[in-house]
Design a protein around this ligand. Structure first.
Ligand SMILES: [Zn+2]
Length: 300
């Protein structure tokens, strides 16, 4: 093993447990990189909704596959933490499994779980778990496009000026034009919100269903965009208000009385699941929640 690498591993983490990789820094990233990410996180928490630039580093997965969220997770995680990783509500997708395995292999002392209530850190792609979250849990969102103003302005220098001056007229006009053309606001995933009465922010492409969960939430939300090199945050107990008009208010998805074909729930975010015969059924997007409900009811 390379001596320089060994010296970077914190003393308490160098005990190699069976099944973990030696020869890497604890949680893969070197300590200086983790420190710089944590500095960006602190700034993001201090200015809710503001996109903090950070020096996004290379990881053994490609940019666009959750590297921003993963850098946030790796910079925070330590022995005693319990990590849950979901991809569109699934703990078993290829992306979620690989991210979880990277942490298992490089961060001894960290447990992983599918049970939302057991997790201390939940890294997610595009969902918030249905189960209620607590003050001692951290949500880490994978963000593809952190700039909510990109739809109305392509120049980064200009969007930064607009945020600095709270000059949000053009995104309001875009929403108004949406109403004029379609009779309603058609934005769904990544619905723009105002955080702490100041910054317009995209909550990452979570469905509208999940957006109200961020308002005055007991937990800390951290958003990492690896390709775009931005980190932003919603601290606990912070106002998160969707952009909307008095006569066209924000509304979550309406499933028109549909319920989950597997557990029977009618109060969860449902997705359409194609069946072998060409038809489709509705099912909970949050699979571990669905599984728990079925177990509760003795269905599994
Ligand atoms: Zn279900």
């Amino acid at each position: 093993m390379n001596e320089a690498v060994v010296s970077e591993i914190p003393h308490d983490a160098s005990r190699t447990q069976s099944g973990t990789h030696s020869g890497y820094s604890y949680a893969f990233l070197d300590e200086l990189t983790k420190k710089s990410v944590r500095r960006a996180i602190l700034k993001a928490v201090a200015v809710p909704g503001y996109q903090v630039p950070f020096g996004s580093t290379e990881l053994p997965i490609a940019r666009g596959w959750g590297t921003g969220g993963l850098q946030v997770t790796l910079s925070l995680i330590g022995p005693g933490d319990v990590l849950k990783v979901i991809d569109q509500g699934s703990d078993d997708s290829v992306n979620a499994v690989n991210i979880r395995q990277l942490v298992e292999l490089t961060a001894p002392g960290v447990d992983t779980t599918a049970a939302t209530e057991e997790a201390t850190i939940i890294q997610t792609r595009h969902r918030i778990p249905e189960a209620p979250l607590h003050a001692d849990q951290i949500m880490v969102f994978q963000v593809p496009l952190p700039e909510p103003l990109r739809v109305v302005e392509r120049r980064e220098s200009e969007t930064r000026r607009m945020h600095a001056e709270a000059d949000y007229g053009r995104i309001w006009v875009a929403l108004y034009e949406d109403v004029v053309q379609h009779g309603r606001i058609t934005r769904s995933a990544g619905y723009p919100v105002v955080v702490n009465g100041r910054h317009v922010m995209t909550p990452s492409p979570i469905p509208k269903w999940d957006v109200p969960r961020l308002h005055q939430a007991p937990f800390l939300s951290l958003f990492g965009a690896g390709r775009e090199k931005r980190i932003y945050a919603v601290p606990p107990l912070t106002d998160v208000v969707p952009l909307a008009f008095d006569d066209y208010p924000f509304a979550i998805e309406d499933f028109d009385g549909a319920h989950c074909a597997r557990c029977g729930s009618d109060d969860t975010f449902l997705v359409e699941v194609p069946q072998p015969d060409g038809s489709s059924v509705m099912s909970c997007s949050d699979e571990s929640w669905c599984e728990a409900r079925r177990t509760e009811r003795g269905q599994s």
